[in-house]
Design a protein around this ligand. Sequence first.
Ligand code: R5P
Length: 257
Amino acid sequence: MDYGMKNRLSRIINPKTGKTVMLAVDHGYFQGPTTGLKDFKKNISPLILHADCLFITRGMLRTSVDPAFSTPVCLRVSGGPSILGDLSNEDITTSLEEAIRLNASGIGMSIFVGAKNEDRTISNLGRLVGEAERYGMPVLAITAVGRDMVRDARYLGLACRIAAEIGAHFVKTYYCEDFFKVVESCPVPVVMAGGKKIPEKEALQMTANAVKEGASGVDMGRNIFQSDNPVGMMKAIKAIVHKGASVDEAFEIYSKK
Ligand code: R5P
């Protein structure tokens, strides 16, 4: 891995802890105005400075994020179908040149293993990695889960391993039972997506479990920005990921208004 790639990755994954708390706010790329992201500037600006990295589309970055913010950015570069269509029908929507112009520290795209367009999304990942490596840009592969797929260690392990084999520099996937098996069989860092909003204590417990089972942190959205105390939740997740805080300690941090 060359200097540029290492330097960018170290802006996303803290070299001191080997972990990251990424704030995922890209949901609108297929869901439109997602709850919590409708009034993006008002709701998300106070959170950005607490995040290790912001996972976002170019459109929201350009229109709704203050360029003076120092938080590193990982840019979602895939899309195509909306929530009304075949979600696996994704292609690359944002060029590497644009990612560099926007000063991204990484780029991310989804692969849809087991879905109709798995082959195209996996080949797209291969092409993107090839191009990104020419410029020292890390690629995050996201193992999107189709409606009919079971979120278990066998399936998510398969998807993460394929992403790493194709060359992804880090992978985002969902939590599942025996998550350690997913991490163990994946040679690159695995970060956990939060999934649908669940009660805060459960989200903190899930994070603690994931980190204990080897996750390199989280790329979490709804369980932070849909919380009744998003900044508190952000701080609580950070305490677990970077400082090894217990769930009770983290819950106390979240509860402070
Ligand atoms: C999915 O649309 C995106 O990749 C999200 O960034 C990812 O699912 C993480 O967000 P959440 O924690 O809300 O699942």
